[in-house]
Design a protein around this ligand. Sequence first.
Ligand SMILES: *[C@@H]1O[C@H](CO)[C@@H](O)[C@H](O)[C@H]1NC(C)=O
Ligand SMILES: *[C@@H]1O[C@H](CO)[C@@H](O)[C@H](O)[C@H]1NC(C)=O
Ligand SMILES: *[C@@H]1O[C@H](CO)[C@@H](O)[C@H](O)[C@H]1NC(C)=O
Length: 513
Amino acid sequence: MTLILLLLAFCSHQRQVNAGRPLRVLGLFPHPGVSHFHFFQPIMQALAEAGHEVSVVSHFPNKKPPMRYKDFPLTGMDHLTNSVDLKFFDQRSIFKHYFEFFLLNEWGIAACNATLRSEALNSVLKKKPGYFDVIILEQFNTDCLMGVAHHLRAPVIALSSCALMPWHYERMGAPVITSHMPTLFLGLSQDMNFGQRLFNWFTHHTLNWMYKLISVPAADALVQYKFGRDMPSVGKLARNTSVFFVNQHYSLSGPKPLPPNVIELGGLHIQQAKPLSSELLRIMDSAEHGVILISWGSMIRADSLTPAKRDGILRAVGRLKQQVIWKWENETLDAKPANMHIMKWLPQRDILCHPNLKVFMTHAGLMGSSEAAYCGVPVVTTPMYGDQFLNAAALVQRGMGVQLDYEDIGENNVLRALKKALDPKYAEAAKTVSRSFKHRPRPVLQTAIWWVEHVAHSGGDTLLQPSAVHMSPFVYHSLDCYLIVGAILTIVIASWATLIQRCFFAKQKAKTD
Ligand SMILES: *[C@@H]1O[C@H](CO)[C@@H](O)[C@H](O)[C@H]1NC(C)=O
Ligand SMILES: *[C@@H]1O[C@H](CO)[C@@H](O)[C@H](O)[C@H]1NC(C)=O
Ligand SMILES: *[C@@H]1O[C@H](CO)[C@@H](O)[C@H](O)[C@H]1NC(C)=O
């Protein structure tokens, strides 16, 4: 008896040690956009701090790496910071998103090519297949890195720093219901009229097919050049993704039917509050009518605004009672009104959560939009490219945002938009969103770590994968069932029609006889 008890104790002890064993985690982030990396780095960092051994291939080495965090820096590609050429996005064609697709595709191929040839990746590939317990990689505009994951034989967790792309749903077995799930490329919310639903449906399906026909073969060519001809297509390998982390939350972007292998982690990048500098604190605390913050993120230089637009903003601000803080990259700004304060760098999250902050004027990047949702601040959105139109539409749909198109920036329009957003009903809607956004069963970063450990320890937890992942579209959409039911109905209706016709003719014949 004692022996059995001892044995049991020993076994359970063994299992515990096994479950708690430090993992070897590899992060692969070939896209050179720093705003994306703001979503990835907290996860990699927290894994290292939790005692796991973390290797990260990216363009953004950690300046203060914790223990067990090892960088493999990618070099030689421009970082997409302060470099966006607004002219590209100026064309107001309804097919603009197809141009964006080709641009993304080009970036994806370039990043894939550069990464596969990099010193950084080659040092990682010196490890034997099976060395890493789990691979965390960005899925965005290419599936190239799935080839690396296949070579290293480790389960994969995908990360998306924005909403899912049209080609991400099928691989997870997640349904796409285009009547209420706006595609990333259009500025639509979950409330769409008929025209918008038609446009959304068409765009979703065409982009999904374009990805399969253009991006997947391009990545296959590069991957097969690197690893040999018998490498499966990355389109097939992408279906082997165990879990997908998405930077979204239903409180902001609307509830969607997601299977349990797709995890919403919106707001993950939002850190603990830090005290404001004394200068900022003085401005924030002493503003009798509150403070407005204008910030257009890390990619767009505010001083690339045309003089007319810049002066329009300055004159509008001059007519407001509020104090205004503007993230402005230059030391000086001519004709700056007395209530405006310019700063090159801002602790955006801490300013937004200050109780005296009234309105946030933003380009609706997802990081800033999430911070506004977290702090419960109304916004004036001026989306410019990418997913910003989608985020802006969500903020407006939730009643906490006023849209101001980039083309319309001018004194009166800016003033009108800001005054509208100062209406208390926007603040109330923002507070409602904030309550749901902040109130989670467990801190977001802990949820992420739990899933990484779960996937690693279960070798990919194959039970999580819906069968839908391996079905043909024909079967998935039950077209076979529609077909058979349609055939039966046709036969029944046709037989009745024939019968009735026969009777009718028989009667007529009897009459004429
Ligand atoms: C990949 O990079 C190499 C070397 O820089 C270049 O010669 C080649 O054309 C690139 N391939 C593609 C598909 O861009
Ligand atoms: C799919 O993932 C599992 C781990 O989750 C891995 O063992 C297997 O080799 C992968 N299959 C392919 C074809 O890469
Ligand atoms: C700052 O503004 C001045 C005057 O408008 C301009 O000459 C200078 O080039 C600007 N500096 C930067 C770093 O943009």
